[in-house]
Design a protein around this ligand. Structure first.
Ligand code: ZN
Ligand code: ZN
Length: 383
């Protein structure tokens, strides 16, 4: 079970950006690995605080976290989980612009030490999945086939014809970086740039794989199982890390972004986690009461109409709606009762209706018109 990010940083949910930054800075100083060498607990605390700050320190991510909690959108890049301390430095160099970490990280580490795993990283893929209300109500596992770049089947992604056809880059000697030292009156500067000759890969392919022409990848199809939680709404998305296009020559794999679309339903209208169904009943049913059959997301159900039911009355069937995202609660099905008024009738029916209109109780009495319950019923009818 993951701890609440606000709790980790020790701030309230209403804390402003400045307070969050200060809280994180304090924890980062306390648990920084340079200050606690070999202390696994401190390192964990540091990672935890950094993860919390990465979310709460970013307006969009914070809003998403407030709304969905930890696993609202599972596997998303918004909820990066740090396992390697070096990842923190490589991901955070830019966000802090150096300022917050200056006194915290007292040198020794390069803020951009992200190790490249190979060639150019692969791009992200986006797909759209349509869901019915029935699928949204309980969540569903879907299998989708995507067209993406996969590792070349001949060279398994290396791009080289054989192992011996890949040689170390002579310009950067395999590091993928060029370091230039310059001196000035302020001291010595080291300027690190990506090696142009090998594109930062550190190796050069002498004889490329014939199948992929040295790219290390080819077009293919992948079937992916996606576990879609219940309660998804139109336009929400989840990010499956490392399920997009593979990169060139073993470069980092892109992500697969799955965007959800809610299909309109023939019978129901959704209102957050509730579903609304309009039931048409006859005038005699509304007057005398009846038991009717109504559709639900899981088959048919019986519903009692009380005698004297006014048009527009709302009835609630508990927990027949949509399961909440991130909790075990479930919405309701709301039945809006409408009374069907026919506009076609034969002469016999017409006679009956005329007779009906003469009935003593066909209209409310003066007393009833003034009563509170009658006014409430009318109000209800126009909701
Ligand atoms: Zn190949
Ligand atoms: Zn090089």
């Amino acid at each position: 079970m993951k701890r609440d990010y606000y709790e980790i940083l020790g701030v309230g949910r209403e804390a402003n950006d400045d307070e969050i930054k200060k809280a994180y800075r304090k924890l980062a100083m306390q648990f920084h690995p340079d200050k606690n060498p070999g202390n696994k607990q401190a390192e964990d605390k540091f990672k935890e605080a950094t993860e919390a700050y990465e979310v709460l320190g970013n307006k969009d991510k914070r809003a998403k976290y407030n709304q969905f909690g930890h696993d609202g959108l599972r596997g998303g890049r918004d909820f990066h989980q740090y396992t390697d301390i070096n990842d923190i430095f490589s991901n955070f160099g830019d966000i802090f612009g150096g300022s917050i970490f200056e006194d915290v990280f007292s040198g020794g580490r390069s803020s951009r030490s992200r190790r490249r795993t190979g060639g150019e990283p692969g791009s992200d893929l986006k797909i759209k999945i349509s869901l019915t209300l029935e699928e949204i109500a309980d969540g569903i596992e879907k299998k989708v086939k995507i067209k993406n770049y996969k590792n070349c089947s001949v060279c398994s992604g290396s791009g080289a014809k054989s192992n011996s056809s890949r040689v170390q880059c002579s310009t950067c000697h395999g590091s993928g970086e060029i370091r230039q030292v310059s001196r000035s009156m302020f001291g010595q500067f080291i300027n690190v740039t990506t090696c142009n000759y090998c594109n930062g890969e550190g190796t050069i392919i002498k004889e490329p794989c014939m199948h992929c022409k040295g790219d290390g990848r080819e077009h293919g199809e992948t079937t992916i199982k996606i576990n879609i939680p219940a309660g998804i709404a139109e336009g929400q998305y989840m990010t499956l890390q490392g399920q997009g296009n593979v990169g060139k020559r073993g470069g980092e794999q892109g992500d697969l972004i799955v965007i959800f679309h809610e299909e309109p339903h023939d019978l129901f209208v959704r209102n957050e986690y509730d579903i609304i169904y309009t039931a048409l009943i006859s005038f005699p049913q509304a007057t005398l009461g009846d038991e009717i059959e109504v559709p639900t997301l899981k088959g048919k159900a019986r519903l009692t109409i009380e005698p004297g039911t006014m048009p527009g009355k709302l009835l609630r069937m508990r927990e027949k709606g949509i399961k909440h995202l991130n909790s075990n609660r479930r919405g309701d099905q709301i039945i809006k009762v409408q009374v069907w008024i026919p506009n076609k009738f034969n002469s016999k029916e017409k006679d009956i209706l005329k007779e009906l209109n003469k009935l003593e109780h066909i209209l409310p009495s003066e007393e009833e018109k003034k009563s509170k319950s009658f006014i409430d019923k009318l109000k209800n009818a126009f909701l």
